[in-house]
Ligand binder design. Structure first.
Ligand code: GLA
Ligand code: ZN
Length: 681
């Protein structure tokens, strides 16, 4: 969805409701916003109490004033519905709005985001306040967008939710016999004989049934979407032309990962938002990896969220300096804000919005970075870097709304990830499905080949190369799609774990399903798990490569063997195979391969397929080049994700978008430097 204003949104969460008794602070906010080239603020995220301090008693005066003020300085407002943080009176008067945990304990009021999605009272109260907001601000000229609640996540096990759960299951399975079969309840003799016996998973009750867990997660996604749509209804009715979004998340920090949130199927959720937005907090300058590694992971999540709609997305939150919830909350070094924020735009964001505008004075996030720090000064380094970035955004504004061209796709399926993680067996800490996809992605990122990360439900028929490693759960439809894709000339890469179970996590009998046996030209006989210190070797080309974690033992039917295991009892069995099928071919990796292997394997494939590299220079693994395209120009973001100068020789005529000067053929990129250039196409 395009927004009518032709500038990148720059701004973020503005919480004047924390400062209503500090008029001098509010006054300063507006002049600082101009100075920092802020054009958009998100209001109301946790403002319910300030808007409705007592049931049915609304107070909009303060918000009216802020709205008008923002408008008067030429800014626009993303208005949030306040359900992310409910008022005390609501929880006290109607305890049903609070969540019940999976052991049946009722939560009291506290924290945020922790409301029940089923509670009729909560739904009614949310509808009422949303209706008020829509009526009052729907026609305000500053209103740019609706932001529903905040970072939806979590689940509730109360009696209302249990009822909805049974309803959801009845709708899906119709009768208990089908449910019992789908979940394989005959195991341990636990089959249901009455619907009232069907409860949600709980550590105090049923918690070993994989199919149940999988369905519960699907149910939680559906409930979240249902609640979201319930919130949207009064807004849509009043303001059919104002786009609606809700902010998605990434996760993994505790484990040194940075991957899309696992708990909600965003592939599904994205179909209900007008524009995808997400909150990005990579762990820059950490002590466990290079800046370029953090950048690669961050790029991956951007690409995944771009691909949900294949349209520009928004960065709804990021921090200009540090967060307060990492293990060690390091500030971004000078230049890192510019680089990391430009990376957002390079991957297709049309905004850089911060959490938050002004650092809170007290309470849980008082040490979280913000545009205005506690010193309240525009002389602050962070403030100045934000202002400098805002200035640069105005110079590259013609890129807003432009698209991205990709020829390669990786397939990632949220549900398959749930199923794989929940099942027993294998190596518990080494399944790492999204992280493994990132290791494949790394090659493309380091070599400036842009790619999409699609769900298997999306259309991938037009991509030159599709990577679908570890696609554990596959419906017959997906298998057929893959088959058609290759038959029509596509190049597919898959691996161990793929195609093991159906959509309720029942194993396919007879080994790899026939469609896949024909497609890959192999049979899979066994899948062995390695300890973290164990490894195997495979030969490929003239080299030997280390593999780890998993080794599948396969037998070739029609495929060509390109590499074999070197060690252990599967020595001599196929490790890398290629099967020509129709006009295309399908590769199968029997082992978890290394970066070195990916480098050599994909390099060869990229050459064979003549994949168009963005590189306007020889690829440099710490310099990322990403492009966006309009009908007349290709824009290149050249980003140095390292702390040292990087030389780069440019092989075509590029113009620096900000200075309108031709780029010299030899560039010496400074640490963290970003150049934005274009080529007329
Ligand atoms: C999330 C929330 C914000 C804030 C930030 C802190 O993204 O939406 O309200 O808590 O984290 O990083
Ligand atoms: Zn509930």
């Amino acid at each position: 969805m395009d927004m009518d204003n032709q500038y990148f949104m720059h701004g973020g969460d503005y919480n004047p409701d924390q400062w209503l008794s500090y008029p001098d602070i509010l006054e300063k906010d507006f002049s600082y916003m101009k100075q920092a080239k802020i054009n958009t603020v998100t209001l109301g995220v946790f403002s319910w109490n300030a808007l409705e301090p007592e049931e049915g008693q609304y107070q909009f005066k303060w918000l009216d004033e802020i709205f008008d003020h923002i408008h008067s300085i030429g800014g626009r407002v993303i208005l949030a519905t306040p359900s992310g943080g409910r008022p005390q009176w609501l929880s006290q008067k109607y305890p049903e709005v609070n969540r019940t945990n999976n052991q049946g304990q009722k939560h009291g009021h506290g924290f945020r985001h922790n409301h029940c999605y089923s509670s009729p009272i909560y739904r009614e109260k949310v509808r009422a306040i949303n209706q008020q907001l829509a009526e009052r601000y729907g026609a305000h000229p500053a209103l740019a967008m609706w932001h529903i609640s905040n970072e939806f996540s979590g689940e509730c096990f109360c009696s209302y939710c249990q009822e909805n759960w049974r309803k959801w299951l009845k709708n899906k399975y119709k009768d208990l016999a089908s449910l019992n079969h789908a979940w394989w309840m005959s195991f341990w003799g636990n089959s249901y004989s009455d619907w009232s016996q069907v409860l949600p998973p709980s550590p105090l009750g049923e918690h070993k049934v994989h199919g149940m867990d999988l369905d519960w997660k699907r149910f939680v996604t559906d409930m979240t979407i249902d609640f979201y749509l319930h919130e949207c209804a009064p807004l849509r009715a009043q303001t059919p032309n104002i786009p609606i979004t809700t902010n998605f998340m990434a996760e993994g920090h505790a484990t040194q990962d940075f991957i899309p949130l696992e708990g909600i199927n965003y592939g599904k959720f994205a179909q209900y938002v007008d524009i995808v937005s997400w909150d990005s907090y990579p762990d820059w300058h950490n002590d466990f990896e290079r800046i370029a590694d953090t950048a690669m992971k961050s790029a991956y999540v951007h690409d995944q969220y771009w691909s949900l709609k294949k349209e520009p997305f928004l960065i709804m939150e990021c921090t200009p300096s540090h967060v307060n919830w990492h293990q060690f909350n390091k500030a971004k070094k000078p230049g890192m804000h510019m680089l990391s924020a430009m990376q957002q735009i390079a991957h297709g964001s049309d905004s850089t919005l911060y959490f938050q505008w002004r650092q809170s004075r007290g309470n849980s996030e008082k040490f979280h970075g913000a545009v205005i720090s506690h010193d309240g000064s525009s002389e602050n380094r962070v403030f100045k870097e934000v202002a400098a970035y805002g200035e640069r955004l105005t110079k590259i504004k013609e890129i807003k709304g432009t698209t991205r061209k990709k020829e390669v796709a990786i397939l990632f399926d949220w549900e398959s990830n749930w199923a794989l993680n929940r099942g027993g067996g294998f190596g518990r800490p080494t399944r790492r499905y999204p992280q493994t996809l990132q290791e494949h992605y790394r090659y493309f990122w380091e070599n400036d080949i842009a790619l999409d990360i699609l769900t298997p439900d999306q259309d991938f028929s037009n991509y030159t190369l599709v990577l679908a490693p570890m696609l554990y759960m596959m419906t017959p439809d997906i298998m057929e799609k893959l088959e058609k894709y290759v038959e029509n000339g596509g190049m597919l890469v898959s691996s161990y774990f793929s195609g093991m179970v159906n959509e309720t996590d029942l194993l396919y009998l007879g080994g790899l399903p026939q469609t896949l046996q024909a497609l890959f030209g192999i049979e899979v006989l066994e899948l062995d798990t390695l300890y973290p210190h164990e490894y195997n070797h495979i030969n490929y080309g003239n080299k030997t490569y280390k593999t780890k974690d998993y080794s599948a033992i396969v037998k070739v039917k029609t495929a060509q063997v390109l590499g074999e295991f070197q060690l252990d009892f599967y020595r001599g069995t196929p490790a890398i195979t290629k099967n020509s099928y129709g006009k295309g071919a399908a590769y199968y990796f029997s082992a978890r391969t290394s970066n070195e292997f990916h480098h050599d394997f994909y390099d060869q494939l990229a050459q064979e397929l003549e994949l168009k590299k963005e590189s306007i220079a020889e690829a440099n693994p710490v310099v990322s080049i990403q492009s966006r395209s309009s009908s007349i120009r290709d824009y290149y973001f050249i980003m140095n994700f390292s702390e040292i100068d990087q030389p780069l020789s440019i092989s075509c005529a590029l113009t620096n978008l900000e200075t309108d000067q031709l780029l010299p053929t030899f560039l010496q990129l400074k640490p963290y430097e970003v150049i934005v250039a274009y080529k007329v196409n």
